[in-house]
Ligand binder design. Structure first.
Ligand SMILES: *[C@@H]1O[C@H](CO)[C@@H](O)[C@H](O)[C@H]1NC(C)=O
Ligand SMILES: *[C@@H]1O[C@H](CO)[C@@H](O)[C@H](O)[C@H]1NC(C)=O
Ligand SMILES: *[C@@H]1O[C@H](CO)[C@@H](O)[C@H](O)[C@H]1NC(C)=O
Length: 241
């Protein structure tokens, strides 16, 4: 077999020249496609705000109203929030998932809790996230701004360089701008209304990494993909990007 290879050697130089031409053509084409994609994404990034429906100031008010209307009643707060959103936003503008029993586990950055997806589209999501047990982990570095409205309990956080913890209590909002990472902890029971705006699909790898590399909780992975996909599609069908 080795002698076959040796026999083809005399043609080697011509083949090398042709294949290096191919090599440059192939990579030139790839580079052109990549440049176009980068330009398109950079442009989309500057106009993404036109697809936002929710307003952070309104959501903050709504979270505070839910807390004061339903003290010590987390499910009352969630019902308050969802019925207000359904009444405030026409279903032709945005799709809201009214099924308050549709909860899934969420493992991400080493932390664990459960979430109910109220709204999910390409540029926004709104969820209830929390746990009655407490949890701790890495927030992830995201391609979206994240507004974490505490409804019940406390969330603590810190960034390297800070020697003291940030402490968020009911009625407060913990804003994590795009690109920022922190360690966070819910020392005990904590529930929050989490609103993210930016490029939501790019957050999904972080959202699935722990499940795929550690928990291998197939039903949770399946349900998360199913619900997220269903909600994104329902929104796309009414033109909500
Ligand atoms: C929704 O909540 C906001 C903030 O609390 C409030 O101003 C508004 O009147 C509520 N809308 C409905 C339809 O309940
Ligand atoms: C809520 O629960 C806490 C602790 O269980 C209690 O101290 C407080 O009085 C309760 N508040 C209301 C409005 O029921
Ligand atoms: C909490 O809120 C839910 C939903 O609004 C309601 O059905 C339930 O009776 C409330 N529980 C208490 C203890 O007030």
């Amino acid at each position: 077999m080795a002698s076959n290879n040796k026999k083809s050697k005399p043609n080697g130089k011509a083949i090398t020249a042709a294949s290096s031409q191919n090599f440059f053509r192939t990579w030139g084409r790839r580079f052109a496609v990549l440049s176009i994609l980068v330009t398109v994404f950079a442009w989309l990034d500057t106009i993404k705000d036109r697809w936002y429906v929710f307003d952070p100031a309104f959501l903050h008010e709504l979270a505070q109203a839910a807390i004061s209307a339903h003290p010590n009643n987390t499910s009352g707060m969630i019902t308050h929030i969802v019925s207000n959103l359904t009444a405030t936003y026409p279903s032709s503008l945005i799709h809201i998932n009214p099924n308050q029993h549709e909860w899934v586990f969420n493992n991400a950055g080493g932390a664990m809790g459960a979430m109910y997806l109220i709204h999910t589209s390409i540029t926004e999501y709104l969820i209830i996230f929390g746990t009655p047990l407490g949890t701790e982990g890495h927030t992830g570095i995201h391609t979206a701004d994240d507004y974490f409205h505490i409804l019940v309990g406390e969330q603590w956080a810190f960034r390297p360089g800070s020697l003291e913890k940030e402490r968020y209590t009911p009625g407060m909002v913990h804003l994590m701008p795009r690109g920022v990472a922190k360690q966070y902890k819910m020392p005990d029971e904590c529930w929050a209304l989490e609103y993210a705006r930016g490029w939501i699909p790019l957050m999904l790898p972080f959202g699935f990494a722990d499940a795929l590399s550690s928990t291998l909780d197939i039903p949770t992975i399946y349900n998360t993909v199913r619900i997220t996909g269903r909600e994104i599609i329902k929104n796309l069908l009414i033109g909500k990007i």
